[in-house]
Ligand binder design. Structure first.
Ligand SMILES: Nc1ncnc2c1ncn2[C@@H]1O[C@H](COP(=O)(O)OP(=O)(O)O)[C@@H](O)[C@H]1O
Ligand SMILES: [Mg+2]
Length: 238
C-alpha cells in the first residue's frame, strides 16, 4: 500500500449477468478523504458496480485496487477485510437479531482505520441506543438505515460504500442521514455513495460520476454538473 494511491481505483470494469453485459468498461477513482457520488437512472448499473467492487458479482474484466492493493476477483469477506464497509441496498437486516446483536457480530477489518466502538456508535446514534434491545423487524426504515451504517462503521472501515441510503425514507430521515455522512466526511472518512436522490447526493459530494447503461458518461464536480443540463437530462432525468 502506498499513501499516494487513491483509496479506490477501478479501471475497465466489465460485469455480466449471464449473457447480459451490464458494466462496460467502468473507470472510477475515489481519493482519500473524498466523498464521491455515483449517480444514474434505475437500471444504469450502480448496484452492480458496488457488487463487483465488493466481489459479490464477479467482474469479467478490469482492475479494482483498494489503497493500491488489487482485490479484483476476491471473495466478498476478503474484499471487506481490506477496510471497506458496505451498506447494501436492502440494508441486510436480520429480523430476529437485536440492534445490539447486529453490532456485536461484526468482524473488524484487517486494514481498518478509526476508533468506532459500540459505545461510540451509541453516542453518535442515540436513537439506536434507545432501540438497542429491539429486533431488526421492529425498526422503522430510517432506524434500519442508521443501523446498517452503524454496522459498517464498527468494522472501522477506511472506505464506506453506500447503495441508495435514502431510498424510501421520509425527508426528515434523509436530512439525518445527510448529517451523518457530512459528519463522517469531516472526520476524514472516504465515501462512495450511490444515489438516485440528486439534491441529496450533489450537496454532499466532492465529485460525481454519472453512469448510464453500464458506462461512465460524465464526471466532474457537482457545480460543473449543475452547469451541464444535457447530462442531467439525458442520464439522470432531472
Ligand atoms: N441478479 C440479476 N440478474 C440479472 N440481471 C440483473 C440482476 N441484477 C440486476 N440486473 C440488471 O442489470 C442492470 C443493472 O442493474 P443495477 O446494477 O441493479 O442498476 P441500478 O442499481 O443502477 O438501478 C439492469 O438492467 C438490471 O435489470
Ligand atoms: Mg441499485
Amino acid at each position: 500500500m502506498s499513501a499516494s494511491e487513491p483509496m479506490l481505483r477501478v479501471t475497465g470494469l466489465d460485469a455480466y449477468y449471464d449473457e447480459s453485459h451490464v458494466l462496460q468498461g467502468v473507470d472510477l477513482e475515489v481519493g482519500r478523504g473524498e466523498l464521491v457520488a455515483l449517480l444514474g437512472r434505475n437500471g444504469a448499473g450502480k448496484s452492480t458496480t458496488l457488487k463487483a467492487i465488493m466481489g459479490i458479482v464477479p467482474p469479467r474484466n478490469g482492475t479494482i485496487a483498494v489503497a493500491g492493493t488489487d482485490v479484483c476477483g476476491q471473495a466478498p469477506y476478503r474484499v471487506a477485510r481490506h477496510g471497506i464497509g458496505y451498506v447494501p441496498e436492502d440494508r441486510g437486516m436480520f429480523a430476529s437479531l437485536t440492534v445490539e446483536e447486529h453490532l456485536a457480530i461484526v468482524p473488524r477489518a484487517r486494514h481498518g482505520e478509526g476508533d468506532w466502538t459500540v459505545d461510540a456508535i451509541w453516542q453518535r446514534f442515540p436513537r439506536l441506543r434507545e432501540r438497542r434491545a429491539n429486533r431488526g423487524n421492529q425498526l422503522s426504515g430510517g432506524e434500519q438505515q442508521m443501523l446498517a451504517i452503524a454496522r459498517a462503521l464498527v468494522r472501522n472501515p477506511r472506505l464506506l460504500v453506500l447503495d441508495e441510503p435514502t431510498e424510501g425514507l421520509a425527508p426528515v430521515v434523509v436530512r439525518e442521514i445527510a448529517e451523518v455522512l457530512a459528519d463522517l466526511k469531516s472526520h476524514g472518512l472516504t465515501v462512495l455513495l450511490v444515489e438516485q436522490n440528486y439534491p441529496f447526493a450533489t450537496r454532499l459530494a466532492d465529485r460525481v460520476y454519472v453512469l448510464g447503461k453500464g458506462r461512465i458518461r460524465w464526471h466532474g464536480t457537482p457545480a460543473e454538473l449543475e452547469r451541464t443540463p444535457e447530462v442531467k437530462h439525458t442520464w439522470l432525468g432531472v
